[in-house]
Design a protein around this ligand. Sequence first.
Ligand SMILES: NC(=O)c1ccc[n+]([C@@H]2O[C@H](COP(=O)([O-])OP(=O)(O)OC[C@H]3O[C@@H](n4cnc5c(N)ncnc54)[C@H](OP(=O)(O)O)[C@@H]3O)[C@@H](O)[C@H]2O)c1
Length: 248
Amino acid sequence: MNQPSRRVALVTGSTSGIGAAIARRLAGDGVTVALHSRVSVAAGTALAEELGRATYTQADLSEATNARRLIDEVRDKHGRLDILVNNAAMTQVIPHGELKRATADVWRRLYEVNVVTPWLLIAEAESMLRESAQGGPPGCVVNISSHAGVRPKGASIPYAVSKAALNHMTKLLAIALAPAIRVNAVAPGLVDTPMTATWTDTHELWRTRAPMRRAAKPEEIADVVAMLIASDYVTGEIIVADGGLNLT
Ligand SMILES: NC(=O)c1ccc[n+]([C@@H]2O[C@H](COP(=O)([O-])OP(=O)(O)OC[C@H]3O[C@@H](n4cnc5c(N)ncnc54)[C@H](OP(=O)(O)O)[C@@H]3O)[C@@H](O)[C@H]2O)c1
């Protein structure tokens, strides 16, 4: 690969859980990381210091205008973007049979942050990702989806449907943006993060039924993201990383 030490990656939602693990992994691989989160400014600033050349930008991605501002800030601070990891997302736990609890407002909020925002970020980042491809390997987008977007499972039906939409968007964009930009997704099962800390039954399910007998560590999802970034060829794939639960 050309000039790996100068590559820049934006990782959305990178102050916590999977996003923070991806940021640390990419920084360890010699990538300059643009960190981002919704409200956790202190955590973002501290992680930027820890990672060296990294920067941090605060932006609530439930506001569509903030997607453009975020990409503009990355351009201003780094002058380039080679890798975009759409990791930030929202969830809401609603039992699947309780239809009236999944209100129109819940559907719209989850769809906005989990589907529309990744789309806007990719659209705003497209020109920088194409420029990146001119001097080296293809630009790279990795969307963090969920096993819930692949199987009829998950925290709630609106969440699962939003991730299924993200998976389909991944494949459509892989075709539309090739060969200059590769677009892939990682679909984790249960991961040990603040989002899932209280999901006792789900942890029990993974301990008893998943072939790997446990939830993933955030670093193990970051390994899969790094694998997709390292390839110059793979595109349009949804990599399920659920410890094999989907096989049972
Ligand atoms: N944990 C799992 O078991 C699991 C399983 C499958 C898929 N996933 C997916 O993995 C990704 C990361 O999950 P996680 O468990 O690591 O989450 P997490 O620990 O709760 O971290 C979420 C990150 O996203 C940011 N964020 C949330 N809402 C945002 C918004 N509206 N605008 C901007 N930033 C926002 C948060 O910023 P603030 O802290 O400032 O709010 C935080 O940095 C998500 O896409 C999730 O759907 C997770």
